[in-house]
Design a protein around this ligand. Structure first.
Ligand code: PEP
Ligand code: MG
Length: 545
């Protein structure tokens, strides 16, 4: 198909309200188009039946985890979606029919599952009722989940390892179909919109998108093949319009001066005793942070500016971005993180050598120490931006006192000729060793921010991006809260501010535990600010003394 080069409007079905402007990430659900098909007999029949039994068990466990997660993050009613899918999965007659197909027709597990579930899905599709048709998609999703397990596959963002890929961060995700698993797996903390080719208004995924307040439009034919990753689009979840390559004028008309990344989420006023700040990935995100009445920027992930540009930004370019954010927040604290590159956030243009274990490799603080020019340019830009407004500089992935000292010294050396600097220097607590050394670190660090995403990953040795071990990736483990409590106590003992960012900070179900751990400053995705404040109002946050 011919690529779209000028502003083009498509009309689809409005699934979830609000307007988002941003770049797209193409999402690639496993198509299961080349499924293995083979005949079996004798032991082979038993083997295929055992594969089915294993897949049923694993999918059932996964659905239970998703249900618990949704119940906690979104609500009981939305969690029921996954109870319904589990009921389909555990329906005795359906399982028996799949096994009968293997035994009687001598076919493999994939063929049996596809033929049985396709049959039921087809039956429901024929009913002349939109609600029932949308329920048919649950059968489709159960089938996809079973086939994913049988084929050891995981759905992925299409651009994956490309340097410009932001893995859905601050992106509008474009997919063929919006399934509940897709809606949830795409980090609702960061995804700002959905556009799909298929999916009804009553589909569970649409219900979830609405609960998450993410604008979504479906029914846009061929959109997945018409645009490429990185294309700018507007998703208007109120009218069902999708505008590809919108002009400046169109963006202004639709979102006024709220900037190019915005949403229809509702704001809530600040609550005494709890500071809720915004985590952002692009300077343009301050618009929504302000719209949501954020009491500061608690985390600005600067590496995403580099990813979006596809190159190293110059000192002047960075100075402009950081000054923009600091001035837009008008006196509220602004925490800007030094580049956290490496691990799952590779920047191809940096020419980092291939590593077999990148999350334990050349990442964050280590990478900065190994790339003095990169650090120098960013340090100078931050120092210059701080001439306009105070900045908090966060050092990522710090492993201990010596490393922090070294990086701090390199920063000071790079900026020694810049007058009028107004910066505080602190670190992210993401590595267990740094947490154990918190008291000593707070002797030299002026603040700390707990990066809950990586802290869970390293504390429990569990890959934060690997669905196969997702059941072990949880903030529910009391050990995590014990570590948080210790870091917060060390901060209080030394009179240093402590905050938390990452997913655990934006989950209302954790508010109680955060309070108990002595944490009163959070940084969350802008659209979650109101939810955390609502939870705090309900609970009654301790007033500041
Ligand atoms: C974290 O680890 O919690 C964090 C906020 O950093 P990131 O998610 O960018 O790694
Ligand atoms: Mg991190």
């Amino acid at each position: 198909m011919t690529p779209i080069n000028t502003e083009t409007v498509f009309r689809g079905l409005a699934l979830s309200g609000g307007i988002s402007v941003g770049r797209v990430c193409l999402f690639n659900e496993n198509r299961h188009s080349n499924l293995p098909a083979y005949k079996v007999a004798g032991d082979g029949v038993d083997r295929e039946c055992a594969r089915v039994a294993r897949a049923l068990k694993l999918v059932s466990e996964r659905l239970e985890r998703v249900r618990a997660d949704v119940a906690q993050r979104i609500g009981q009613a939305e969690a029921e979606i996954f109870v319904a899918q589990r009921m389909i999965l555990e329906d005795a007659s359906l399982g028996a029919e799949v096994l009968r197909a293997i035994r009687e027709r001598g076919c493999n597990a994939e063929t049996a599952i596809t033929s049985v579930l396709d049959f039921y899905e087809g039956q429901l599709q024929q009913v002349d009722d939109d609600y029932i048709k949308d329920r048919a998609s649950d059968i489709g999703e159960v089938r996809r989940r079973l086939l994913d397990v049988l084929g050891n596959m995981r759905p992925s963002l299409q651009c994956g390892p490309e340097s410009h890929c932001q893995r859905g961060h601050s992106r509008i995700v474009v997919a063929e179909e919006l399934t509940p698993s897709l809606t949830l797996s795409l980090d609702p903390e960061h995804t700002i919109g959905f556009v799909t080719e298929h999916g009804g208004i009553n589909s569970h995924a649409a219900i979830l998108a609405r609960a998450l307040e993410i604008p979504a439009v479906s029914g846009v034919p061929h959109i997945h093949s018409l645009i490429s990753c990185g294309t700018e689009v507007v998703v208007n979840g109120d009218t069902g319009e999708v505008i590809i390559r919108p002009s400046e004028e169109t963006v202004r008309r639709l979102v006024g001066d709220r900037g190019r990344t915005t949403s229809g989420a509702r704001a809530a006023a600040p609550v005494a005793g709890l500071r809720v700040m915004a985590s952002i990935s692009r300077a343009g995100d301050v618009a929504i942070a302000r719209e949501m009445q954020a009491e500061g920027i608690g985390l600005y992930r600067t590496e995403f500016e580099f990813m979006a540009a596809g190159r190293v930004l110059t000192e002047d370019e960075q100075t402009d971005l950081y000054t923009q954010v600091a001035t837009a927040m008008r006196g509220h604290p602004v925490y800007i993180r030094l580049l956290d590159v490496g691990g799952d956030k590779a920047l191809q243009f940096l020419d980092i050598p291939h590593e077999s274990n990148p999350c334990l490799g050349f990442r964050g603080a280590r990478l900065l120490l190994g790339n003095p020019d990169l650090l120098r340019t960013q340090a100078r830009a931050l120092a210059r931006a701080s001439q306009t407004a105070e900045l908090h500089v966060m050092y990522p992935m710090i492993t201990g006192v010596e490393q922090f000292r070294k990086l701090r010294a390199a920063f000071a050396e790079a900026t020694s000729d810049i007058s009028g600097q107004n910066m505080r220097h602190g670190l992210m607590f993401e590595v267990p060793a740094a947490c154990l050394e918190a008291e000593r670190l707070f002797e030299i660090a002026e603040f700390g921010s707990i990066g809950s995403n990586d802290l869970i990953q390293y504390l429990f040795a569990v890959d934060r991006d690997n669905e196969l071990v997702a059941h072990d990736y949880t903030a529910a483990n009391p050990v995590f809260w014990e570590v948080l409590g210790r870091v917060a106590a060390a901060a209080h003992a030394k009179g240093r501010p402590i905050s938390i960012c990452g997913e655990a900070a934006g989950n209302p179900a954790h508010l109680e535990a955060l309070m108990d751990a002595g944490i009163r400053q959070l940084s969350v995705t802008p659209r979650l600010i109101a939810k955390m404040r609502a939870a705090a109002t309900q609970r009654g946050v301790p007033r500041p003394t």
